[in-house]
Every structure is written in C-alpha cells, then in structure tokens.
Ligand binder design. Structure first.
Ligand code: SAM
Length: 229
C-alpha cells in the first residue's frame, strides 16, 4: 500500500496543469454518471486531479477523496481556477469512517484495478458505506479485453516502462459484488476511439483503424454501474 502511495505521489508531482487534457474516458464517464436518475451529490474516491468531477454538471455537488495530499491541493487550485466549488477529503479509501455523509453516486476511474480481488471486495463494501440507500456506484477500469491496450500494457511492463502500479484484468466484478452484497446494474464498454485518437501518425492510425475493423477491438474503458441488492 505504502509503495502504491509513493508511485502515485511521484506520478502526480511530475504532472503540470498543461497535462490535464479532458479525454474521451472523462466525457464518457461524465455521461454515464449524469444519466443516473436524480444524481445531486457525488464522491470520487481516488480522485487524483478529479477531471471527471470537474466537468460534471454544476448542479451536482462534488467531493473528491484521495490519500495523496499534494494532488488534492492541485485539484483544489484547478477547481478554483474554473470557478467550481467542491469538498476535498484526504484519507485512505480502505477506511472511509472520516466521511460522515452519503452520496447519490460513489465513483472512481483507474483505481480498483490496482488492487487484487480480495482487496476489491473490501473496497466495494467500504464504498457502499458512503452510498445513499438508493444510490449507485460507478466503477471504471481500463479494459484488459481491449487487445491493443493489453499488448501495450504487457510490452511496457516487460520493458520496465510502466509508470503506474500493476493492474489486474477485471471482467465483471461478479465475485466481488456477490461477496459485498451488491449487484451489477449494467456494464458499458466506453472510450471507443481513445486509442486511435492518441496515434499521432496518420498512416499508423489508418492501419490501426483497418485492424480494429477486422478484429473488432473493444474500447479502452469498462464501466460498471452497481446498486444495492
Ligand atoms: C488513476 S488515478 C485517478 C485519476 C482520475 N480518475 C483521473 O481521470 O484524473 C488513481 C488515484 O487513486 C488514488 N488512490 C490509490 N489508492 C488509494 C487509496 N488506498 N486511498 C485513496 N486514494 C487512493 C491515487 O492517489 C491516485 O490519485
């Protein structure tokens, strides 16, 4: 856990505001969250800089939670710069007892895949404690069933150039949800154009698009909408 914290602190220290482009996975996730009926309050757990929260409708009251104090300070500056108010909570998500209220939507992106199935079950139970009675949880993870993403991930790991904590492939969270007493409402594959949009060379992008058509590559993101049983 401490090692994972250090990896994130180093990653965020190297980032500047210029790096904070809004990506397709932020906008797709925003849409999925805003489509949940009657969402007025959200908490992003493992928020990092909190871009998804930042771009949510300003009718939604946002809270950002992370164990990295530095990134929460940067997020607070970013929100202030955009004239957006939010609450910021510094704590470890394995113990959310410091969070005294419940939210319509509890969500995160790029967080739970760094923890194993046993840890994910603990996390889902903990997240449920801060989810309103009729609320929803939205968990999004990189899609390891997207072949180009998987190949890139494996290649970077082999070359020692993967700069994030290790990722576990998550297909449906069924075992974790069952053990946590939760149910899957729906699963969406999103960010379907993210990979080709990140290819700068036109020729390579065209080749990629042909291969995508032939092999039917999935999108970059798996998004799970979860409810109480
Ligand atoms: C991939 S980043 C989130 C990025 C964000 N979704 C975005 O699109 O900008 C994962 C974040 O989870 C946080 N995190 C990881 N483990 C955590 C834990 N146990 N408690 C609180 N935050 C945690 C890290 O500090 C990091 O900021």
């Amino acid at each position: 856990m401490e090692k994972q914290k250090q990896v994130w602190e180093k990653f965020w220290q190297e980032k500047t505001y210029d790096d904070l482009a809004i990506k397709e996975y932020h906008t797709d996730l925003k849409k999925i969250i805003e489509d949940i009926p009657q969402v007025r309050t959200t908490i992003e757990i493992g928020s990092g800089i909190g871009i998804t929260s930042l771009i949510l409708s300003d009718k939604i009251e946002c809270t950002l939670l992370d164990f990295d104090k530095g990134i929460l300070e940067k997020a607070a500056q970013l929100f202030a710069k955009h004239g957006r108010s939010a609450a910021f909570v510094e704590c470890d998500m394995f113990d959310l007892s410091a969070v005294q209220r419940k939210y319509d939507v509890v969500f995160n992106s790029g967080v739970v895949e760094h923890y194993n199935a046993k840890e994910r079950t603990v996390l889902l139970k903990e997240y449920a404690k801060v989810m309103a009675e009729n609320g929803a949880m939205v968990i999004s993870v990189p899609n390891h069933y997207c072949l180009p993403y998987k190949l890139g991930y494996v290649a970077l790991r082999c070359l020692g150039r993967w700069k994030f904590p290790k990722e576990y492939a998550i297909k449906n969270l069924s075992q974790e949800l069952n053990e946590a007493g939760l149910r899957l409402e729906k699963m969406t594959i999103a960010a379907n154009s993210l990979i080709e949009n990140s290819i700068q060379w036109v020729g390579v992008r065209l080749i990629y698009l042909c291969l995508k058509k032939i092999f039917k590559f999935q999108g970059y993101l798996r998004v799970f909408v979860i409810r109480r049983k």
